[in-house]
Design a protein around this ligand. Structure first.
Ligand code: SF4
Length: 264
């Protein structure tokens, strides 16, 4: 029997994927940077990130791994949704739970929920939303869906009976008030019955360089965002949202707040 999904474990489990490359084209994408840096025989360094390459032999989670995050080096789109559903079903069949992490497209969420509705006890969604501003989302995640579409996806998954979390992973607004407004909004959504995860952006400079985004506008926005996510700012943010019951922190934030590397 599979064990119940324990979200507290979600950040220490390994992410799995079916392809390398992603249409969302996030300019801070660490996976793009890592793939280019550690390119192996199966991936061509010159392959554009927005033209994904399938992983030839898909694996089940390793023995003893009760929960995986999926996907890790791509998102779920109209092009790969059927392959993603097959992959999730393969993990479920071997009694591994799956937390689907996605900047969700409405049509894709509908398809996933329909295909996986018999497995609601083994599948949950975490919808990634780093800002309420579509200008901000388009700047950082040019190929990803709008704020409104991601919210609709939350509603669809909840209506279909799935457990739902959201993730400001990372949060993208420079102004703390905007981040607080988004956290309060998500915390207040009845459709989110689990958590609202928060992380800051890790050093984006290698990823920006990898994405060819070293123009002055991008670099200065990245510097401004980094300056708004220092220890002092994170403690201030925590102070303003710590009373919200769904708020949880990914390790790069919890280590600043609580002085350890756990996710709380
Ligand atoms: S959705 Fe994830 S994998 Fe895709 S480009 Fe954005 S950060 Fe990278």
């Amino acid at each position: 029997m599979p064990v119940a999904i324990d979200e507290a474990q979600e950040n220490i489990t390994k992410g799995m994927s079916i392809q390398r490359g992603c249409e969302n084209d996030c300019i801070y994408c660490f996976a793009r940077h890592a793939t280019t840096r550690f390119a192996s025989s199966f991936i061509n360094k010159e392959q554009p990130w927005t033209e994904p390459v399938k992983i030839e032999s898909l694996k089940k989670a390793r023995a003893g791994q009760t929960t995986i995050l999926f996907p890790f080096t791509h998102d779920i789109t109209e092009i790969n949704v059927n392959d993603c559903i097959d992959f999730v079903k393969m993990q479920i069949a071997s009694e591994t739970n799956v937390i689907i992490v996605t900047k969700a497209r409405r049509s894709v969420t509908t398809k996933m929920c329909e295909a996986l509705k018999e497995h609601r006890d083994q599948v949950m969604f975490r919808f990634t939303i780093g800002s309420m501003s579509n200008d901000t989302l388009i700047f950082w995640e040019p190929g990803a869906p709008s704020f409104e579409e991601r919210i609709e996806s939350i509603e669809i998954a909840s209506e279909m009976g799935f457990d739902v979390s959201a993730g400001l992973t990372p949060y993208l607004d420079i102004n703390e008030d905007d981040t607080v407004r988004l956290i309060e909004y998500l915390n207040g959504m009845d459709e989110i019955n689990r958590h609202v995860w928060i992380s800051k952006m890790n050093n984006p400079m290698p990823a920006l360089s990898c994405a060819g985004r070293i123009d002055e506008t991008t670099m200065s926005t990245a510097r401004e965002l980094a300056a708004s996510q220092t220890r002092e700012h994170i403690l201030s943010l925590h102070d303003r949202v710590k009373h919200l019951p769904k708020v949880r922190y990914i390790s790069n934030v919890s280590s600043i707040i609580f002085g350890d590397s756990s996710s709380c």
